[in-house]
Every structure is written in structure tokens, then in C-alpha cells.
Write a protein that binds this ligand. Structure first.
Ligand SMILES: Nc1ncnc2c1ncn2[C@@H]1O[C@H](COP(=O)(O)OP(=O)(O)OP(=O)(O)O)[C@@H](O)[C@H]1O
Ligand SMILES: [Mg+2]
Length: 244
């Protein structure tokens, strides 16, 4: 399988805090890859580095044939241009526009799309993926449940027709059944739309079940990686993350 995203030996600091230390990983085209780790491990920092929101102290990030980021800011690509390359991030905590309707939120996700007919078609596609959003299309987003808001945040990210979808803890604060429903949708979208997914989660079990490959991060380092199946049955993962 061809590599779509390649992270080589990157480090990110916040002042004196070393948030990422020599992290390397890759995401192959078409896969769902998960990154699991506890609070403060550095998961969100890694996603921010991928989309150009945190500069690298060291290492490089490449996507397809483009270098996204290096420790030389001038050779790195801006967040807007990274979006234009087909990378879409659903940030932690969703960041929905609460006073806008569902449909208006989806319109915001299509800010790179110039053609209104395509935007309308994309919205209808999203309402097929997430029928509940279609039913709520004119409703203010603040009136949606947490799970519905998460679905909307994912749909908004899909409005730009990305090749790579980055998800930062889509299951955060949601009941297991709702998380399962969302992960099932993600799997369906991965398969039908051929969108590669990089899934960051604290919920190790659900993330590993939903993915083919996985990485484990602790204190800014990757400490384990392998097929998700291997990780699910590994003693180290079971003891530290699965409560076994
Ligand atoms: N803007 C910032 N300034 C200073 N330190 C930060 C900043 N953002 C994150 N950190 C620190 O960097 C480390 C990694 O944080 P990060 O948000 O990447 O973790 P995380 O794995 O996403 O955690 P969580 O699961 O709680 O979201 C933490 O120690 C955090 O306190
Ligand atoms: Mg985080």
C-alpha cells in the first residue's frame, strides 16, 4: 500500500515542555489508522503539527509528494494550503458554530469549494450519511445532542472532499453506543468514499477495533505500534489501556 502521510522523527516543544519527542509514523492510503494515548500524551499536538498549527523543532511531515512541515518554517506549508491539499481535521471538542444551523455549519466546511451546485450536492450526500442531520438541517446547532454535534463536525470536515480525514477524539464524552454508531459511519465513509482516516482516541478498545493499524503514545513518544489486532491482544496495551 502506498504511504499517504509520513511523519519522520518530529519533535514539538511548547517553551520548555517537550510535547513530541522524535515521533515517527505513517498512514497508508485507504487505511484507518489509530493513535491511542492517555491525557497529555501529545496526541492533539501531533494533529496540530500535521495541519501546520504547531511548528516542528525537528523532523519532517510529508503527504503524498508534498512536504507539509519541516523545522524550517519557510519550507513548511500554511494551514490553508494544507487544507487545499485534501487534509481535513475534526478538532478536539468539535468547535461547532453553536448559533448557526446545521446547514450553515456545513457551508462553512465548504469554504474552499467555489461551485454552489457542488456544495448543494455535498450537503445532500452528508444528509444521506447522517440522516439525523438532514432532519435537523435548519435547527441551531446548540440544540443538537453531543453525538449529533460530533456527526455534524465530521460532516463539516467532509464538505471539502478530503483525501485524509484527521479525527481528534470523536468519542470524547459520548456514550459507548453513540461512539460505536459514529465509528461505524467513519468505517462506512472510509470504504465507500475511499477516504483515509487517522483516528486519535483515548478510548483504546473502540479505536483499535475500528482501525487496521495502531500506534500508542506515552509522554510524547510512540512506545508501541502494530496491526490493531496485535495491539488489542498485547499484554502491554491490555494492562495499560484496556483495564485487563
Ligand atoms: N499551547 C500549549 N502550551 C503549553 N503546553 C501545552 C500546550 N498545548 C499542549 N500542551 C502540553 O503538551 C502536552 C501534550 O498535550 P496534548 O494536548 O497534545 O495531549 P493529548 O494527548 O491530546 O491529551 P488529551 O487526551 O487530554 O487531549 C501536555 O503536557 C500539555 O499540557
Ligand atoms: Mg487532545
Amino acid at each position: 500500500m502506498a504511504e499517504l502521510l509520513k511523519i519522520e522523527d518530529i519533535s514539538v516543544n511548547y517553551g520548555a515542555i517537550k510535547a513530541l519527542k522524535n515521533v515517527s509514523m505513517k498512514v497508508n492510503k485507504g487505511d484507518i489508522v489509530s493513535l491511542i494515548g492517555a491525557n497529555g500524551a501529545g496526541k492533539s499536538t501531533l494533529l496540530k503539527a500535521i495541519v501546520g498549527l504547531e511548528p516542528l523543532i525537528d523532523g519532517s511531515i510529508s503527504y503524498s509528494d508534498s512536504i507539509l512541515a519541516t523545522n524550517n518554517v519557510r519550507k513548511s506549508i500554511s494551514t490553508e494550503n494544507i487544507a487545499k491539499l485534501g487534509i481535513s481535521l475534526v478538532p478536539e471538542g468539535r468547535h461547532v458554530f453553536a448559533d448557526m444551523s446545521v446547514e450553515e455549519n456545513l457551508d462553512m466546511g465548504a469554504f474552499l469549494v467555489r461551485d454552489d451546485a457542488i456544495i448543494r450536492q455535498k450537503k445532500e450526500e452528508m444528509f444521506e450519511f447522517f440522516p439525523i442531520l438532514g432532519e435537523r438541517r435548519n435547527q441551531k446547532t446548540r440544540s443538537l445532542s453531543g453525538g449529533e454535534q460530533q456527526m455534524m463536525a465530521i460532516a463539516r470536515a467532509l464538505m471539502s472532499s478530503p483525501n485524509l480525514l484527521l479525527l481528534d477524539e470523536p468519542g470524547l464524552g459520548l456514550a459507548p453506543l453513540v461512539v460505536q454508531d459514529i465509528f461505524d459511519k467513519i468505517a462506512y465513509i472510509n470504504k465507500t468514499e475511499k477516504i483515509t482516516v487517522f483516528l486519535v482516541e483515548q478510548n483504546a478498545k473502540m479505536a483499535l477495533k475500528a482501525s487496521t493499524e495502531g500506534y500508542v503514545m506515552e509522554n510524547g513518544r510512540i512506545v508501541l505500534s502494530g496491526s490493531s489486532e496485535e495491539l488489542l491482544t498485547s499484554k502491554q496495551v491490555q494492562e495499560a489501556y484496556l483495564g485487563a
